[in-house]
Design a protein around this ligand. Structure first.
Ligand code: ZN
Length: 694
């Protein structure tokens, strides 16, 4: 959507689409257009309103202010997500000189048309006090290039002349709303209000007019900034290495960074990392001469603070003369230093009863390489990355216009620890059991693998669905509730295994749970067992499990956060049976490998456990192969009698389903369920006496 001028946007109004819409529907339409370009309205930020006639609960016709409800996003908001307020009651507040936030929120709640509507935005009063039917308030990149520039007021005047009113920075709330309302009333020639270090307010008699003015203001500001732009960020200081080199470097260092970013609180708080080492804007920034200093000035808008913190971590790096080891060390040191700095910032400003947030950076900038965003889940990490893009755009423009200025430390703290924001956090649901975790599942396209992936995703883990069958893995990944990617690998090939983990690292930063489940099976009496059959079983079930575990250990040790490996073996690993020597001996080796690795992993809190299913026929690729016929022949029955045969063979007389196995895997995968268990075996076979562990 971004045109060639940085920060410029397109007028997307389509009269045909807007025709016949109700007032509220038109408001939703206009809001969606604004949200479609994130350089205009970032996620959750900005708000829109309309004033219309409606009926209250008595049936009386009254003036109603419809304003975006707290917690919705302009890009996706629907008519039902706006809050209706009795305008007459709201406007009574114009008489007041001041009003404290809490009182204002309570007052507005009493003005709601219906009590079950979402709480109105904190900027609601701004919409009420501007005496026009339609009001838009956004935080566009191009506007903030001026609003965050040294001498912003003069620049605004140069850009917009008499059509603009400038309002110095104050935290959103009653006083700001009142100032904006008065500014519009007292300046009939004004078309735009610019809020220093914050954003834009426009208005109009119609939806199209208000929207059009927002677009006009943005494009005029973007043109203005572009006309003054020199070399971005003071020109290039370092040359970025080739894309493959940047990628390889990040694949090596991200697990260490992820570990560092997940510590600092009493318990590790696992983070999902979202790097960007390819966008031109990001590269221009991290290679720029002024960027290091610019990045440390502060946030570009109150709206950014919760997602990016007051500033990112900048890490010096010389791509030409330094390598992964130096960078890892510097990232660890940098994060530790950042936490100390954040704790000091908190203690300088803290007031009674405030609890410090996670002191780790949300955005890490690596000189010459790219940026890495981090948060407790993938959605939040994506948002941190998006807000970092916004900040980069604003800094680039403001720097060119004469220097970037941001919220001061006091202003930042007042927004970050704003009681109203803290209140919002108390309403958020508790984090999922596996939030922030990355799970790597081999054989992920099959019956058990798919069930495991679904189960772990439903508890909040990001999933890497690894399989020889990339298409099947893609289908499973697409069906999951949480972010997930497919990764193709033949687990018997060490380089393919390394490549698959690399995908996990570049996508999410590392790995916490590895479910080694890739499998095959064969059945034959010993005299008829070919060397090929023997080798294949041992290649996949022993060598493959070794390779997948070895790489997991390397990554987990770099992270320093412990981890959980779950081997999906078989009842046959414990129970001796005839005509499956190649398979069963390989499964036994797999089980013993898990126990050996439990010993090795223990000191690093890497747990290794085994789940032994038996005869899981549903959705299984193994059972679709010759194995079904072979097993049936071994028992002297027909292939379609196998389900019944297996059910009757176990003590509980139950069929074993993929979901049953997934439940056992979840037990070992989850710290909250099994942090004290390693080297263990859990049978999921309906009870087969020969396989009872002893
Ligand atoms: Zn705002």
């Amino acid at each position: 959507m971004e045109t060639e001028t940085p920060g410029a946007t397109e007028n997307l109004w389509d009269s045909q689409n807007a025709e016949g819409l109700s007032d509220l529907e038109a408001l939703a339409y206009r809001s969606n257009l604004l949200g479609r370009d994130r350089a205009v309205a970032n996620y959750g930020g900005g708000n829109t309103s309309t004033k219309a006639r409606d009926r209250d609960h008595t049936g009386r016709e009254i003036d109603v202010l419809w304003v975006k409800g707290s917690g919705s996003d302009l890009a996706t908001i629907e008519a039902g997500q706006f809050t209706g307020l009795k305008l007459g009651e709201v406007l009574a507040l114009e008489e007041r000189e001041e009003m404290e936030d809490g009182e204002m929120v309570a007052y507005l709640a009493s003005c709601q048309l219906r009590p079950d509507m979402p709480r109105g935005s904190i900027e609601t009063l701004l919409h009420a006090f501007v005496p026009y039917a339609q009001v838009d308030h956004t935080h566009p990149d191009a506007i903030n290039m001026i609003c965050c520039a040294e001498g912003g007021e003069e620049l605004a005047r140069e850009c917009f002349g008499e059509e603009v009113v400038w309002i110095p920075y104050i935290r959103p709330g009653f006083a700001l709303s009142k100032q904006v309302g008065e500014a519009v009333k007292n300046n009939p020639e004004a078309k735009f209000v610019l809020l220093a270090k914050h954003g834009l307010v426009t208005w109009g008699e119609t939806h199209e007019e208000s929207y059009g003015r927002t677009v006009e203001a943005i494009n005029r500001a973007a043109e203005f900034a572009a006309s003054r732009a020199g070399e971005p960020f003071g020109g290039r200081k370092v040359e970025p290495p080739a894309p493959e080199k940047r990628e390889a470097l990040l694949a090596e260092v991200l697990p260490a960074l992820r570990g560092a970013l997940s510590l600092g609180l009493e318990e590790p708080s696992h983070k999902i990392l979202r790097p960007d080492y390819t966008s031109e804007n990001v590269l221009t920034f991290v290679c720029g001469r002024d960027s290091r200093d610019l990045s440390q000035i502060g946030a570009a808008c109150p709206d950014h603070l919760v997602r990016t913190k007051i500033r990112p971590l900048w890490v010096d790096f010389d791509p030409e003369n330094e390598g992964a080891d130096e960078l890892k060390e510097r990232l660890r040191e940098g994060v530790a230093r950042y936490r100390k700095g954040y704790e000091a910032y908190f203690s300088r400003h803290e007031e009674a009863d405030e609890e410090m947030f996670d002191p780790n950076p949300r955005v890490v900038l690596i000189e010459g390489i790219g940026l890495v965003a981090a948060a407790n889940n993938a959605k939040e990490a994506n948002l941190s990355r998006d807000f970092a893009y916004r900040a980069i755009n604003v800094m680039r423009g403001a720097n060119a216009l004469g220097g970037y200025v941001s919220l001061t430390e006091e202003e930042s703290y007042a927004v970050e620890y704003w009681p109203l924001e803290l209140y919002k956090l108390t309403l958020a649901p508790p984090p999922d059991e596996l939030a922030g975790r990355v799970a790597f599942v081999t054989g992920g396209a099959g019956g058990i693998g798919g069930a495991v992936a679904r189960s772990l995703a439903s508890r909040g883990a990001c999933i890497v669905v690894c399989d020889l069958d990339e298409e099947g893995a893609g289908e499973v990944a697409d069906s999951l509730a949480e972010p997930s990617i497919p990764a193709r690998a033949d687990v018997t090939d060490e380089y393919e295994v390394i490549r698959a983990y690399r995908r996990a690292i570049l996508e999410y930063g590392g790995v916490d749970v590895v479910v080694s489940n890739a499998g095959l099976a064969s059945s034959a009496p010993i005299e008829e067992t070919s060397v090929e059959m023997w080798d294949k079983n041992h290649a996949v079930l022993v060598k493959g499990y070794f390779l997948v575990a070895r790489e997991a250990f390397r990554i987990m040790r770099d992270q320093g956060l412990g981890g959980s490996l779950v081997f999906v073996a078989s009842k046959n690993a414990l129970a001796a049976g005839k005509n499956a020597g190649a398979y069963s001996s390989a499964k036994a080796a797999e089980l013993h490998l898990a126990r050996c690795l439990a010993e090795e992993g223990g000191p690093g809190r890497i747990r290794v456990n085994t789940v032994n299913p038996d005869a899981v026929l549903q959705g299984s690729r193994i059972w679709d192969s010759g194995w079904r016929e072979e097993r049936a022949a071994a028992y002297g029955i027909e292939p379609d009698e196998l389900e019944d045969y297996y059910r009757e063979r176990n003590v509980l007389k139950l069929s074993v389903l993929p979901e049953d196995v997934a439940e056992a895997v979840l037990h070992f995968a989850s710290e909250t369920r099994s942090s004290r268990s390693t080297g263990n075996v859990l049978n999921v076979d309906g009870g087969v006496k020969d396989a009872y562990p002893r």
